[in-house]
Design a protein around this ligand. Structure first.
Ligand code: FAD
Length: 443
């Protein structure tokens, strides 16, 4: 017999925290007992080829910590493994569901999933309510004067920054005020990684805080990959273990450059939300006429960090080893993949998606389409990064390169020698420009 008291479900997805959480706040405030839920989505997990996946491990640890925190409060976080619709069908037979609260997700798959769940919930007389939480501004909160979405970052960021003068947008949602409204229930079990077919890596993840010290030096250090001069918060922003409002308040008080980086994040979310075709096609559709070479050997050498361009190789090896790459090097490796090797940006994008611990469809797609020249605010097609110059400028002592490519500069005859460049820079640059120009019919 299921209990008759109607309850609300708080469905956590990319918001793995109990504090300053919009949907959780509204769920608790509404007054019914709230049962938090996390679903390990089988549809997503089945698509991960590598069963030692840092993201799954990170989520697992965070979900476990939330569950333990709720156990201490006499409640629980229900953890299920399955297809979300099936899970909600099960839950409707176990509980009397009044409504489900969740935070809005910008990706096409998630929008479809949520629509399916909302339709089902309606059929059992339960409501589905979704809130803005991942971003500072929603898709239609920052629009041009004529009410259209921005496709250029500069004016978007000016409007975005001026809106932030209103402290309303940075206010926290004080969930702790209603902490007594979690459903009182016995602890529930946690599915294991092994039960879902995954193995732990026992990875050590970066901290979820940024120091004011880093924020004061950020402008000077952020472009130099040998220094730990960026916040490395991306995994926390990706899975919502940090609140964007708290972080933005700290940035607003200390560092405008850093705040602008958070603006890029919002920018790409709204691009994906307004122009979902970017997930599979170029934002500027004419760029899909570029005749990519996609040579299998080039693709493999690029992935493995064996191109003979040390900065590119260092970046790819950093990605392969720790699942993170410095932003400057992401730009260089992506540009090299697309322009020097004429590999379709979707191939590079998919590889980053597989490896990045902070993989986020909107930012990754935005970064790749920027590098390919096909995106909203993209580098022009004739701008081709020179990877050797980039190394000279941003890794002048070669420290970053030596960290990830120890055999670089080994004398001839050493046991591991570094490969010769996969392609000549001047040749590749000209080839890219000519190929793009012809495909785009450009002047
Ligand atoms: P910091 O410099 O400390 O910046 C703070 C935060 O601002 C980041 O954590 C991130 O949330 C946000 N941010 C910074 N730059 C950008 C940007 N250009 N676009 C969107 N958000 C930004 N970022 C991801 O979070 N996930 C991705 O999958 C991703 N793929 C990328 C692919 C390419 C080809 C490129 C060029 C960039 C990509 N980025 C991606 C953006 C950026 O490289 C990372 O956010 C950043 O390197 C993360 O490190 P950090 O937290 O130390 O960044």
């Amino acid at each position: 017999m299921k209990p008759e008291t109607p309850i609300a479900i708080m469905w956590h997805r990319r918001d793995l925290r109990l504090h300053d959480n919009a949907a959780l706040y509204y769920a608790l405030k509404a007054g019914r007992p709230v049962l938090p839920l996390f679903i390990f989505d089988k549809d997503i997990l089945d698509h991960l080829n590598d069963k030692r996946d840092r993201r799954v491990e990170f989520i697992y640890e965070e979900v476990l910590a939330m569950q333990q925190a709720l156990h201490k409060q006499g409640s629980t976080l229900l953890v299920r493994y399955g297809r979300p619709l099936d899970v909600f069908k099960e839950l409707a037979s176990e509980y009397t569901l009044a409504n489900v609260f969740t935070n809005y997700d910008y990706e096409t798959y998630a929008k479809g999933r949520d629509a399916e769940v909302a339709t089902y919930l309606k059929s059992v007389n339960a409501g589905f309510h979704s809130y803005k939480d991942q971003t500072l501004f929603d898709r239609d909160e920052v629009l041009t004067g004529s009410g259209k979405p921005y496709t250029v970052f500069g004016p978007y960021s000016r409007n975005w920054l001026s809106k932030l003068d209103d402290p309303f947008y940075l206010k926290s949602y004080p969930t702790e005020k209603y902490a007594d409204r979690f459903l009182k229930t016995a602890p529930t079990p946690m599915v294991t990684l092994e039960q879902m077919g995954f193995e732990p890596l026992n990875e050590k993840f970066p901290k979820s805080t940024v120091s004011d010290k880093l924020l004061t030096t950020y402008d000077k250090t952020r472009d130099f990959p040998a220094q730990r001069g960026t916040s490395e918060l991306s995994i926390h922003l990706r899975f919502g273990t940090i609140s964007i409002r708290e972080l933005a308040r700290q940035a607003q008080a200390n560092n405008l450059t850093y705040l602008k980086e958070l603006c890029w994040r919002d920018f790409y979310f709204q691009v994906l939300d307004h122009f979902p075709h970017v997930e599979h096609e170029s934002f500027r559709r004419e760029y899909d006429q570029v005749p990519w070479l996609n040579r299998p050997e080039d693709i493999e050498r690029w992935k493995a960090g064996q191109t003979g361009y040390p900065l590119v190789d260092a970046g790819m090896r950093q990605l392969n080893e720790i699942g993170w790459m410095h932003n400057r090097v992401r730009m260089v490796t992506a540009s090299f993949c697309v322009k020097h090797l004429l590999i379709d940006w979707r191939i590079g994008e998919a590889y980053f998606a597989e490896k990045l611990r902070d993989y986020d469809l909107s930012a990754n797609n935005g970064g790749w389409q920027w590098a390919a020249g096909s995106g909203t605010d993209a580098a022009p097609y004739f701008r081709v990064f020179n990877p050797t110059e980039q190394a000279r400028k941003f890794d002048p002592k070669g420290e970053y390169i030596r960290r990830w490519v120890p055999e670089y500069n080994n004398p001839a005859g050493a046991s591991v020698t570094y490969p010769a460049p996969i392609v000549d820079h001047a040749f590749a640059r000209q080839r890219a420009i000519t190929t793009y120009k012809t495909a785009l019919n450009a002047e």
